[in-house]
Design a protein around this ligand. Structure first.
Ligand code: FAD
Length: 480
């Protein structure tokens, strides 16, 4: 089957998945007010792949059918660049506000399949082979995946290294005739209501005796025993004037319970094998998936800079303070763009003839984004100040009694009409100030674990020889 359309995605979401939001269990995610806007927003991403097919689609190497380029297993520097074009188009569509458009997981699983040798170690040849078959299924059916990696936090001092007695963390309980039973909980599954299937794969390392926690698999969302507890909706109204972003980009996040879920054998990629579990995400995963998510983040920073620039122009703010903040935003966007380009320009082969970008520039960017993104929001609020709240709704705009006053009193500088100014400041508030903005800020701080953790890890992995050599000269030079 080739890449799907938005209508095909929405049809596929009508099943028996167990989704709770607010005070209710949801029977139809597509029509539920908490989800309908984002369901349509995600459907538009599926339609985009056909509207921009030159960038977004490429032929499946085995069937020749057109599939999303995020499923590509890059086999040359040209493939890495080709994939960039498609990822950038998707990021532009949501201006990076949807962090987990399906290309994130598509890129992840293309990498896992391409580097199956990393999964085939420590006796896991069969699991690795099943995963390669699964990736074919994923790309040929254009499956939308959500994923969950992190253990729920109960006691932060202990849970990062779970003991055998831990009965919260997701674990294997037993084998069955057709697969395995898993029980426990994980956080968070972003995109859960809108996904076709759920992926569980390794994240932080487990202790050496943690085999029972070391599982990896993919299963349909409606698998019996899966329960998804969504956070409160931050979706705005469906009016794109009033809520240009929150009307369509609330991708949701869910706490996930596995109540004795049976995973069929052909969907088990790691079966209680801590050695392979602990090594898979220390290998090619990072360099591969960071291309997708740092292209998204770069696009979002570029948007933030454009938005801030347009805000300042609308009120003719030429103050030194405004110019400096705009410059600061531009620096973030340009540094991000340069790091992604450097990583792609220095891509290399990772075995099996598979090519991924260079890791260190993306590692540095990943560690800084949790600080740059909240600062971008702060700058937009500082530039926008009270103007962010002087923004009548679409209905007020259409009111014949109010409209003449709005046009007279709410226009901007340099012939900026009231309507343009109001749209601009509404967009800025939805980006930096609304409930959606607050959730997205939290996402940027934590979705790849915290910036603090990433900075620590980055410097321990970095090659330090040449930096230390610069210092050493001064410590060892002769003193006469
Ligand atoms: C909106 C959102 C969506 C998410 N979506 C998903 C998803 O789809 N799938 C999924 O698997 N997970 C998801 N996650 C979880 C994500 O993967 C992170 O792992 C998780 O949020 C990190 O939480 P943590 O408590 O381990 O962070 P930590 O890294 O422990 O950070 C917690 C706090 O401690 C500080 N800190 C940590 N280490 C240090 C240190 N050494 N020194 C000083 N300070 C330190 C940090 O700065 C931070 O303030 C999501 C999270 C959010 C917020």
């Amino acid at each position: 089957m080739p890449a799907r359309t938005g209508a095909e995605l929405l049809r596929g979401l009508k099943d028996d998945r167990q989704i709770w939001v607010g005070n209710e269990k949801v029977t139809d995610v597509v029509s539920h007010p908490a989800f309908s806007g984002a369901a349509k927003g995600l459907a538009a991403v599926f339609d985009l792949q056909w509207d921009a097919s030159d960038d977004c689609l490429f032929p499946d190497p085995e069937t020749g059918e057109l599939i999303n380029v995020s499923h590509m297993i890059p086999r040359s520097p040209e493939d890495v660049k080709r994939r960039h074009r498609g990822l950038r188009r998707i990021a532009e569509h949501t201006v990076g506000v949807m962090g987990r458009t399906p290309d994130y997981m598509n890129v992840t699983y293309a990498g896992f399949a391409g580097c199956a040798h990393e999964w085939a170690e420590y006796g896991n040849e069969a699991g690795a082979a099943r995963q390669v078959e699964y990736q074919k299924y994923l790309r040929r059916n254009d499956i939308c995946l959500t994923h969950t990696l992190i253990h729920p936090t109960i006691d932060k001092a202990k849970d990062e290294i779970p003991g055998q007695e831990n009965d919260v963390i997701l674990r294997k309980v037993c084998d069955t005739e057709h697969g395995i039973i898993v029980r426990g909980a994980r956080i968070l599954a972003t995109l859960a209501p809108f996904a076709d299937e759920l992926a569980v794969y390794p994240a932080r390392p487990l202790p050496d005796d943690g085999d029972k926690f070391a599982v990896s698999f993919c299963i349909p969302m409606a698998t019996p025993g899966l329960k998804f507890l969504c956070r409160d909706s931050v979706a705005g109204t469906d009016n794109v004037f009033d809520h240009p972003l929150s009307s369509r980009f609330d991708e949701q996040d869910a706490f996930l319970i596995f109540d004795d879920v049976e995973v069929p054998r052909d969907r088990v990629f790691i079966d209680a094998n801590v050695k392979v579990y602990n090594q898979t995400n220390t290998r090619s995963w990072h360099s591969n998936v960071m291309q997708q998510t740092m292209i998204r983040a770069t696009t979002k920073l570029e948007f933030a800079w454009g938005l801030a620039t347009a805000l300042a122009e609308a009120i003719n703010d030429k103050s030194a303070a405004a110019q400096q903040m705009l410059g600061e935003l531009w620096c973030y966007a340009e540094l991000a763009r340069s790091a992604v380009q450097a990583a792609e320009d220095h891509c290399s082969e990772w075995g099996n003839g598979v090519w991924f970008p260079d890791g260190p520039p993306l590692m540095a960017l990943k560690a800084m984004m949790p600080f740059w993104m909240p600062r971008a929001n702060e700058i937009i609020k500082l530039l926008g100040s009270h103007n962010l709240l002087a923004t009548p709704t679409w209905r007020m705009m259409r009111d014949p009694e109010l409209r003449p006053f709005i046009d007279k009193y709410m226009h901007g500088a340099n012939e900026t009409s009231a309507e343009r100014r109001i749209r601009l400041f509404r967009l800025a508030w939805d980006y930096a100030g609304t409930a959606l903005a607050s959730r997205v800020e939290l996402y940027e701080r934590f979705y790849l674990t915290s910036g603090a953790r990433n900075q620590q890890r980055a410097q321990t992995l970095a090659k330090r020889d040449s930096a230390l050599a610069l210092v050493e000269r001064f410590l060892t030079e002769p003193v006469d």
